[in-house]
Ligand binder design. Structure first.
Ligand code: C2O
Ligand code: CU
Ligand code: CU
Length: 534
């Protein structure tokens, strides 16, 4: 991959980027992705042209520039901001090279016989028509020269007919999503509404998006991504891996940055855009967070949290109050894993208070409607499963089906459904799978433990009544009691969600948001169908 590595002339890295312990922490200031100006603005719409291209990106003061793929050549991509009900049109343009700089596994769905660098953009969490959703087979190559079977248009339309929230856009091409997102193709998309703006929350320079990704670097500073499993699969090389966990933490494009704050309240919209890793985040001084929102928008009321889990693709909206801290104090945002602790970034209370902090943590944020279980037209029972693929590799699936198998999850238009997702995969790695549905924001009903051994013996795939529960259903965490588009489906439990499939019919998908799983068939069609009669 050397030949693709962009180096500035004469740049020699000051540290060895492949050895994280040599990289000084908290020496780079946190960049804030800039808000993109539309190319055109009308009465109730904005139009953008966004070009995906290669760029040299400086991840750290002591690194040379690293080759990334960026929207408009920047990583993370520029932020798109809009008001609710103001339409956004985006022409996504691929000006990337034809050959990928990361190892492409040609055996995966979509990667066989297709050009290496394919792109398609998905606005994660948005309620949009299927042609603008970024279906994995709607990919296109440079200049739209080659297109996937579902490609239908160049300009996507986002009506933004949903409440204020933090969405994100990222690549979703079949079989290479993990590589394209890791290469840099991800950015924020923020919707505001009048309710949110009337609440007195910290805003503008006190409203900061944080995109967290873990990454590993080669010694020359280029991005490292594994090209094979250990031990290597002898039939497929490069081969997809089961998990990828980077050795450094990158926030808004910098390795272990710091952020200078005033002694006052700030709002942080935190997104975990890592390939595999979930985090449990906390503050090093034991201070609390005040959570105000989830994936799909504001909660009914704030929730005080000491720490919270954040799995891939999940967002959390929190307020941190630095007003009790003294000038010069520092606080580290870190993770709380059982066996190891990882620093993410640092806050330095170093700026003088510009003016009195008049922002508030309101008692009530918005009326939180609850989807009613009794309104559910159908309960769908689904199982996370695994098998071996054609090359003898372990392959994770949904309901024992591959992505290319015919659609089976076909909710009726405007119907409410309960999905009960069983995760019997308790053998190591014994992880939660962050399951994501396109099109909808859903609510988590509960999680209930079941007897995995009997479940496996009976070979339940679409399980029915025969499941042996070993405990009562447990309510979702306080941090999950809002609108969600990703849910942790924990091992040994059935996770129940409720969703209203409204506004559009057509072909969407649901999948695990661990990108290595998604690219290797832990993804299924989701088809919303029109009903002709009851
Ligand atoms: Cu964030 Cu189907 O994706
Ligand atoms: Cu999505
Ligand atoms: Cu998974």
């Amino acid at each position: 991959m050397k030949e693709n590595h962009l180096t500035e002339d004469n740049c020699v890295p000051e540290v060895n980027p492949s050895i994280p312990s040599t990289i000084p922490k908290f020496v780079d200031e946190l960049p804030i992705p800039k808000v993109l100006n539309p190319d055109k603005r009308g009465n109730n719409y904005a139009y953008y042209e966004i070009e995906m291209k290669c760029a040299g990106h400086k991840f750290h003061r002591d690194f040379c520039k690293t080759l990334v793929y960026g929207y408009n050549g920047i990583y993370p991509g520029p932020t798109i901001e809009t008001m609710k009900d103001q339409a956004v049109y985006a022409k996504w343009i691929n000006n990337l090279p034809l050959k990928h700089f990361l190892p492409v596994d040609k055996s995966l769905h979509g990667a066989i016989d297709n050009p290496e660098v394919r792109t398609v953009v998905h606005l994660h969490g948005a309620n949009v028509a299927p042609e603008s959703d970024g279906f994995p087979e709607a990919w296109f190559t440079r200049n739209y020269e080659f297109t996937g079977s579902s490609f239908s248009k160049e300009v996507y339309e986002y009506p933004n007919n949903q409440q204020a929230t933090t969405l994100w856009y990222h690549d979703h091409s079949l079989g290479i999503t993990r590589l394209n997102v890791y290469a840099g193709l991800a950015g924020f998309y923020i919707i505001h509404d009048f309710n949110e703006l009337s609440l007195g929350l910290p805003k503008d320079e006190y409203d900061i998006p944080l995109i967290i990704q873990d990454k590993t670097f080669n010694s020359d500073g280029s991005l490292f991504y594994p090209s094979n499993t250990t031990p290597p699969n002898k039939y497929v090389n490069p081969s997809v891996v089961r998990a990828f966990i980077g050795a450094t933490m990158v926030v808004n494009g910098k390795v272990w940055p710091y952020f200078k704050v005033e002694p006052r309240k700030y709002r942080f919209r935190i997104l975990n855009a890592s390939n595999t890793n979930g985090y449990v985040l906390k503050l090093s001084n034991g201070q609390s967070f005040y959570q105000i929102g989830t994936d799909g928008g504001l909660l009914g009321e704030p929730v005080k949290l000491e720490s919270f889990p954040l799995d891939p693709a999940e967002r959390i909206d929190v307020i941190i109050d630095f007003s009790k801290l003294k000038h010069g104090d520092t606080v580290i945002l870190n993770t709380e894993e059982t066996d190891f602790k990882v620093d993410v970034m640092q806050f330095k209370v170093e700026l003088p208070l510009k003016y009195k902090d008049r922002s508030v943590i309101p008692k009530k944020l918005r009326p939180m409607e609850k989807l009613d279980k009794d309104m559910a037209k159908r309960i769908r029972r689904l199982t996370l499963s695994q098998s071996l693929d054609h090359y003898g590799r372990n392959m994770l699936m949904l309901n024992n089906k591959m992505f290319s198998d015919p659609a089976t999850e076909m909710p009726e238009y405007d119907s409410i459904e309960i999905w009960e997702i069983a995760n019997p995969l308790v053998n190591p790695p014994n992880v939660s799978h962050p399951i994501h549905l396109h099109l909808v924001q859903f609510q988590i009903l509960n999680r209930q433990p079941f007897d995995v051994n009997t479940f496996n013996e009976k070979k339940f795939i679409e399980y029915g009544t025969g499941i042996d529960y070993t405990g009562a259903p447990v309510d979702p965490d306080p941090s999950e009691r809002g609108w969600k588009d990703v849910v942790r489906v924990e091992p040994g439990k059935v996770t129940r969600i409720i969703a209203h499939f409204k506004n559009y019919t057509g072909d969407y998908i649901w999948h695990c948001h661990i990108l290595e799983h998604e690219d290797h068939d832990m993804m299924r069609p989701l088809r919303v169908i029109k009903k002709y009669c009851d």
